[in-house]
Design a protein around this ligand. Structure first.
Ligand code: SAM
Ligand code: DTB
Ligand code: SF4
Length: 341
């Protein structure tokens, strides 16, 4: 077990040892990483990144809200909660024809992964059957399929797996000791239980969190520790920057230093070397220079398309231009699918 507080930058050899340990990363060790001089942290992150990934390749994932608004949970950041007056109207689950069109457009634009989000606390079995149909639709188009539907009950992940689901996104969101300040309608263990069910069904786990909600650096370290010490390291790790939405309790949250966000990307990369680290919500606010630092720090996936679920995301043309300027290629994804670049 690793409990050292890293006064000195750790070596690649020490990192290899971490990877095999039952508890791979202590909060202290991750906090020490976050406390490193920025350039030292990025240097370490780049070494890990280059050892496990093509440093000039980024995955493009397109997001679609297939069931918008009216969610009974009270997540303090979320525009889709019924508890907050954000102007988002509740809608029914989208029909497969509409999803097919969106998936085809995403593929034509060069995306290889298609993520569908639903504003549910926990889907009912009949919801799962309907979403399974949407998963089949996306797979038929020739994209990787990911869904995020809230908490799952026994047997539901298996049904989604049979429909061809590749990834299930379910974020831990923040450190256990900060969770109660953000969400009161479910607890941390509920989230961990769903991740177990997803993994148990053989679906790849996509789990990460949000930065900039008023948490401390140590709490950011504790979130990374939770993710890196899951029974199996998540296959993909979205790091979202809080998008402040009017009407939510976090609307007036003071801005976080953007370098703290880059530090989180680097810490995710170092502690979860093989995972796809996803530079997720908040790219519009971060700007291009900070995004470039995130790629340098090991991010290798972005949401691609003008909209996230409710809020905005950079324009496709702008993202393509940014990638070209940085010499970054789009991940080719599933065999036979050609991405631009
Ligand atoms: N209802 C499901 C759930 O919560 O698991 C799925 C959809 S939910 C919108 C997916 C994730 O989006 C949340 O876990 C959170 O990490 C992220 N998210 C939601 N609102 C956000 C915001 N304003 N800024 C950044 N990330 C946000
Ligand atoms: C994730 O970690 N981020 C995405 C996806 N998983 C579903 C959602 C971001 C939502 C940002 C605010 C909004 O548009 O609702
Ligand atoms: Fe509901 Fe998910 Fe939004 Fe929380 S994050 S309010 S569970 S849609």
């Amino acid at each position: 077990m690793n409990t050292e507080t890293l006064e000195q930058p750790i070596t690649l050899h020490q990192r290899a040892a971490h990877a095999n340990d039952a508890e791979r990363w202590s909060v202290d060790a991750i906090e020490a990483l976050l406390n490193l001089p920025f350039n030292d942290l990025l240097w370490q992150a780049q070494q890990v990144h280059r050892a496990h990934h093509d440093p000039n390749e980024v995955e493009l994932a397109t997001l679609l809200s297939v069931k918008t608004g009216g969610c009974p949970e009270d997540c303090g950041y979320c525009p889709q909660s019924v508890h907050y007056d954000t102007g988002v109207k509740a809608e029914k689950l989208m029909a497969s024809g509409e999803v097919k069109q969106a998936a085809q457009a995403a593929k034509a634009a060069g995306a290889t992964r298609f993520c569908m989000g639903a504003a549910w606390r926990a889907p009912k079995d009949r919801d799962i059957d309907a979403v399974a149909e949407l998963v089949r639709t996306v797979k038929d188009v020739g994209l990787e399929a990911c869904v995020t539907l809230g908490m799952l009950a026994d047997g539901q992940a298996e049904k989604l797996k049979s429909a061809g689901l590749d990834y299930y996104n379910h974020n831990l969101d923040c450190a256990p000791d900060f969770y109660g300040e953000i969400i009161s309608t479910r607890d941390y263990q509920d989230r961990l239980d769903t991740l177990d069910r997803v993994r148990g069904a053989g679906v790849k786990v996509c789990s990460g969190g949000i930065v900039g909600m008023g948490e401390s650096r140590r709490q950011r370290a504790a979130l990374i520790a939770q993710l890196a010490n899951l029974p199996e390291v998540p296959d993909s790790v979205p790091i979202n920057h809080l998008v402040k939405v009017e009407g939510t309790p976090l609307a007036e949250q003071p801005d976080l230093d953007p370098f703290e966000f880059v530090r989180m990307i680097a810490a995710a990369r170092i502690t979860m070397p093989k995972a796809r680290v996803r530079l997720s919500a908040g790219r519009q606010q971060l700007g291009e220079a900070v995004q470039a630092l995130c790629f340098l720090a090991g991010a290798n996936s972005i949401f691609y398309g003008e909209k996230l679920l409710i809020t905005g995301n950079p324009e496709v043309a702008g993202d393509r231009a940014l990638m070209q300027r940085l010499g970054i290629r789009a991940h080719a994804g599933v065999p036979g699918v050609t991405a631009f670049g």
